[in-house]
Design a protein around this ligand. Structure first.
Ligand code: SF4
Length: 62
């Protein structure tokens, strides 16, 4: 599983980073990026939950 953040959609709510801080982080400009784009197997469920919780549907999961 890989994750990325669509910068055109992200509005910096921070839900992803709050739910899954080892995978997502907020940058200095206030938007999210994937800290760890390749999700470890034991964090797949947490990363998927964070993606589902994004109110802007900005987290891309592949
Ligand atoms: S939850 Fe969505 S909109 Fe909010 S910071 Fe994360 S990717 Fe961006």
């Amino acid at each position: 599983m890989k994750v990325s953040v669509d910068s055109d959609r992200c509005r910096g709510h921070g839900v992803c980073a709050a739910l899954c801080p080892d995978i997502f982080e907020l940058t200095d400009d206030g938007y999210a990026e994937a800290r760890n784009p390749v999700v470890p197997d034991d964090r797949v469920d947490a990363a998927a939950d964070a993606a589902d919780a994004c109110p802007e549907h900005a987290v891309v999961v592949t």
